[in-house]
Design a binder for this molecule. Structure first.
Ligand SMILES: [Zn+2]
Length: 174
């Protein structure tokens, strides 16, 4: 029991302090999804190789590639379309942050970085958290280049790991 508590605290600390570091290694087609449920709040962090979201990792070279990155960032800014709590839980998005990895001008020449990651942070607040039986995910549908999502769910029952592959399915929380 004591071990379990320590593990939860350790994972929570990593999650809170450095979500990017908590994620696994950079691997094309794979993303990490961390979901922490505490009382009526769900904190979610999604991160992974940009390739899994848009199909390439270089700085956009034309309008079509620029549009593809902008579209992915826009999708990640609307978590209610990607991670859907049950309607009876009455959840609202209270935070949605997704950063365009190419928002800053390139340093050290074009494509100086061989790999690029995309990440998003979301928070939901739910009026009836007891109804949070699961989350309906649409990430594989939204990002067809994604082949795998490694999920860690943290709540008062301790951490649970899920390895997801297409098609999208309900992620149990209970
Ligand atoms: Zn890469």
């Amino acid at each position: 029991m004591k071990c379990t508590v320590h593990l939860v605290l350790a994972v929570l600390a990593v999650h809170a302090a450095a979500p990017a570091l908590a994620a696994g290694s950079h691997e094309h087609g794979r993303a990490d999804l961390q979901i922490a449920v505490e009382a009526d709040v769900i904190d979610i962090h999604l991160g992974g190789a940009l390739d899994g979201f848009v199909g390439f990792e270089h700085r956009p070279r034309n309008a079509a590639e620029r549009a593809r990155v902008a579209s992915a960032v826009a999708q990640l800014s609307s978590p209610e379309q990607l991670v859907v709590p049950p309607p009876e839980a009455d959840c609202r998005v209270t935070l949605a942050e997704a950063r365009d990895p190419f928002a800053e001008p390139a340093v050290g020449g074009a494509d100086a970085a061989p790999h690029v990651e995309l990440s998003a942070s979301w928070q939901f607040r739910c009026r009836a958290p007891q109804a949070l039986a699961g989350l309906r995910l649409t990430l594989f549908q939204a990002f067809p280049e994604l082949e795998r999502i490694d999920v860690v769910v943290l709540d008062d029952r301790g951490p649970r790991v899920h390895r997801l592959a297409p098609p999208d399915a309900l992620l149990p929380l209970r």
